[in-house]
Write a protein that binds this ligand. Structure first.
Ligand code: NAD
Ligand code: TYD
Length: 340
């Protein structure tokens, strides 16, 4: 099978390519990634030597470039991880989110139809459902995104479904909760807290710290995506969660404790605009239809993650390029947080 994977140099994509390649060593993989600030070739070190893996630097929203790639590679299947993914960035500058997450998905869908792709798997997020105070979202719950990031992902999901309904393109969608684990860019909560606390720097907690996220270890997500890819029913959506619903403050305190640091590092800062209070997914469909459930406990996953960041200080230094610092300077000054 020839599988075109987009966004494979990011956090989940790189973990997935390693997982997928070890499970299906005879599949041919073409990884197409624009290498934005979040994409890093180092994330796939070692794999580039395998004859069945190839990488091309390209932007999924460029129709002409992507057409040449489809024409040459002739994929049987497409798995789309490529996206702009950070909510805070989408508040500051939404345009790249609309371009990659909506226009880019439109380009991939068009080409998948033209080149008779047999499976198109869109990697989506629980954020498309918005916030829920009680109960959990099912796959047929209405979409109610809050941030420009979530809205762009919801738009993409709608486009994907429309290609199934209108053209019969064989599509699948996974919507997962917050992932954590090795290779996550240190702009997201868990790696940011590990990084700051390790260096005895302040740890910013938005609002009252009582927002709830459901934490999913990235390897569990990779296993679920692989199963949905092979066994999912065409035209269907599958929620993937970690069954670890925790407040941000609990997560932050837990990391600080595991690192042996002081809670005095915690600094409550102005809340994120439009900040969703709680995310929660019902996993009954994926359990029933695919037989999947999350395996890695939060304690085990977090210990593994901290260990990985401890051992990969060079990776962290590279990730914190000038672009990273510029973004935070801008973002924190917008929030009135001069001390960060
Ligand atoms: P990431 O930000 O770490 O990586 C995104 C990757 O996409 C990068 O390698 C980047 O270079 C690439 N990319 C961005 N724009 C591109 C473009 N125009 N063309 C080609 N490549 C481009 O993201 P992630 O956390 O690995 O997320 C992967 C996918 O999973 C995304 O679609 C995201 O919406 C979804 N998701 C993420 C989470 C999470 O907790 N991280 C949860 C649910 C869903
Ligand atoms: P994040 O990792 O950005 O993921 P998402 O917003 O997509 O769920 O944030 C996770 C939670 O942590 C979210 O409620 C916002 C909060 N948060 C902080 O309190 N401080 C921070 O510095 C960051 C980055 C996030």
């Amino acid at each position: 099978m020839r599988v075109l994977i987009t966004g494979g140099c990011g956090f989940i994509g790189s973990n997935f390519i390693r997982y997928f390649n070890s499970k299906h060593p005879y599949y041919k993989i073409l990884n197409v990634d624009k290498l934005t600030y979040a994409g890093n070739l180092e994330n796939l070190k070692g794999i580039e030597r395998k004859g069945n893996y190839h990488f091309v630097r390209a932007d999924i929203s460029s129709a002409s470039v992507m057409r040449r790639i489809f024409d040459k590679f002739r994929p049987d299947a497409v798995i789309n991880f490529a996206a702009e993914t950070h909510v805070d960035r989408s508040i500051l500058s939404p345009a790249p989110f609309i371009k990659t997450n909506v226009v880019g998905v439109g380009v991939l869908l068009n080409l998948s139809l033209k080149y008779h792709v047999k499976k198109f798997l869109q990697i989506s997020t629980d954020e498309v459902y918005g916030s829920i105070l009680h109960g959990s979202f099912r796959e047929d719950s209405p979409l109610d995104p809050s941030s420009p990031y979530a809205a762009s992902k919801a738009a993409a999901d709608m486009l994907v479904i429309s290609y199934y309904k209108t053209h019969g393109l064989p599509v699948l969608i996974t919507r997962s909760s917050n992932n954590y684990g090795p290779y996550q860019f240190p702009e997201k909560l868990i790696p940011l807290v590990i990084l700051n606390a390790m260096n005895n720097k302040k740890v910013p907690v938005y609002g009252d710290g009582m927002n709830i996220r459901d934490w999913l270890y990235v390897e569990d997500n990779c296993e679920a995506i692989d199963l949905v890819f092979h066994e999912g029913k065409i035209g269907e959506i599958y929620n993937i969660g970690g069954e670890n619903e925790l407040t941000n403050l609990y997560v932050v305190k837990y990391i600080i404790k595991l690192l042996g640091k002081s809670e005095s590092l915690i600094t409550f800062v102005k809340d994120r605009p439009g900040h969703d209070r709680r995310y929660s997914l019902s996993l009954s469909k994926i359990r029933r239809q695919i037989g999947w459930h999350p395996k890695v406990s939060f304690e085990t996953g977090l210990k593994r993650t901290i260990e990985w960041y401890r051992k990969n200080q060079r990776w962290l230094k590279n990730a914190q390029s000038g672009e990273y610092r510029n973004f935070y300077k801008q973002y924190y000054s917008k929030l009135g947080l001069k001390e960060f």
